[in-house]
Design a protein around this ligand. Sequence first.
Ligand code: TMP
Length: 238
Amino acid sequence: MQKRKELYSGKAKSVYTTDDPNCMVLSFRDDTSAFNGEKLEQLEGKGAVNSQFNAFIMQHLEASGIPTHFIQQLSPNETLVRSMEMIPVECVVRNRAAGSICKRLGLEEGKLLEPSTYELFYKDDALGDPMINESHAITLGWASSEQLEQMKALTFSVNECLSSLFFQGGMILVDYKLEFGLYQGEIRLGDEFSPDGCRIWDASTLEKMDKDRFRQNLGNVIDFYKEVGSRLGMTFEG
Ligand code: TMP
């Protein structure tokens, strides 16, 4: 499938139309940003690593019964996906405290969160992706209450599936963000799952293996992304 017109360019990915209106191409770029675009860099190889990482995870989730937009990997940094109408609500599960919840609630990093917390954010760069609740999403027409229920159930199914996958690789899935869309009226997981949108720690040393390496200038960002992938059984090309 050939890509045709660029529809949209986000902070790390570009979206292209194809000859089939039901399919789009996601092109993963090396651009890396943090703090709502304030810190920006190109990390060589990140696009290819994240695209292949995402393909592996999306296929693993599909095999576990979670519907996604993934169709197939086209090249090291390009993926064919179903065209979806995206819901502008980000779903975040936290198994341990890190990042914004530490600041917001004064929690110590690493604190076990049992049961895991579930948060929603409104996807809007100009507003800095503010935290919202279900009532905001319903009243402002971003999603119906039934859709929000399905998104929550799917987000927790992803937690069960991926926490155990990462644990088998000697890692802790600390938190992650998911985005959903509608394909032919049905909710499916969209966007990407990569170390850019989750936190992963080594289970024994608690070393950070995700985008916090970039945010906190810890170095070797892509080497760690590849290490996470190889512990899960991935091999990378490109
Ligand atoms: P936070 O600690 O910054 O709220 O983020 C929680 C997790 O969700 C972390 O793994 C990063 C991810 N996330 C994104 O990738 N993009 C976002 O816009 C948000 C709100 C969170």
